[in-house]
Design a protein around this ligand. Structure first.
Ligand code: PRP
Ligand code: MN
Ligand code: MG
Length: 181
């Protein structure tokens, strides 16, 4: 990815560190859900990489489903109003649901989504996120599995985008200010 290197201020988390963390989280998930069914719900589009790697790190049967939501409408400041753009195909009645996310930033998307899925009669709804920013602490959202708490910087890669680009970086990087200024 030499063609994007000039856009990156620094690498925050390497591909190896991400994969090591996923091994850790996967062992916890295997223990916690032993003997139970498990439905992983990925939030499009950022969660695609975490979902692909986490699911392959789990040594057990899982099912996958996907949702797409829009949190912010056209504004840049979160209204807390979340719209479902693509709903799940699965019926959640009695299911153990684990929401898979790339990042929790304000926490508004996930606090809404968790409550929404709980209202569908799931046996349990938990959250697994690779990254969490400090602002998320201001909104009540119970995160059972969190990879890394990171500082409040503009991060990209491993599913995270800036204007739809950089999702395909293998690690997590901080975007250089000249890109968005
Ligand atoms: C990003 C990220 C989370 C959400 C977190 O998604 O992937 O889903 O924002 O924000 P919050 O905690 O402040 O609610 P985005 O809406 O950019 O869509 P994308 O996944 O398609 O990039
Ligand atoms: Mn997202
Ligand atoms: Mg995005």
């Amino acid at each position: 990815f030499t063609h994007v290197e000039g856009d990156l201020a620094k690498t925050l988390i390497t591909e190896d560190e991400l994969h090591a963390k996923l091994e850790e989280l996967a062992r916890q998930i295997e223990d916690d859900y032993e003997g139970l069914d498990l439905l992983l719900v990925g939030v499009l589009r950022g969660a695609v990489m975490v979902m692909a790697d986490l699911s392959r790190t789990l040594n057990r049967h899982i099912e996958m489903d996907w949702m797409a939501v829009s949190s912010y409408g056209s504004g840049t400041v979160s209204s807390g109003v979340v719209r479902i753009l693509k709903d799940l195909d699965s019926d959640l009645t009695g299911r153990n649901v684990l929401i898979v996310e790339d990042i929790i930033d304000s926490g508004l998307t996930l606090s809404w989504l968790k409550a929404n899925l709980e209202s569908r009669g799931a046996a349990s709804v938990e959250i697994c996120t690779m990254l969490r920013k400090p602002d998320a602490l201001k909104v009540q959202v119970d995160v059972k599995y969190c990879g890394f708490d990171i500082p409040n910087e503009f991060v990209i890669g491993y599913g995270l985008d800036y204007a739809e680009q950089y999702r395909n970086l293998r690690g997590i990087a901080v975007l250089a200010p000249h890109v968005y200024n």
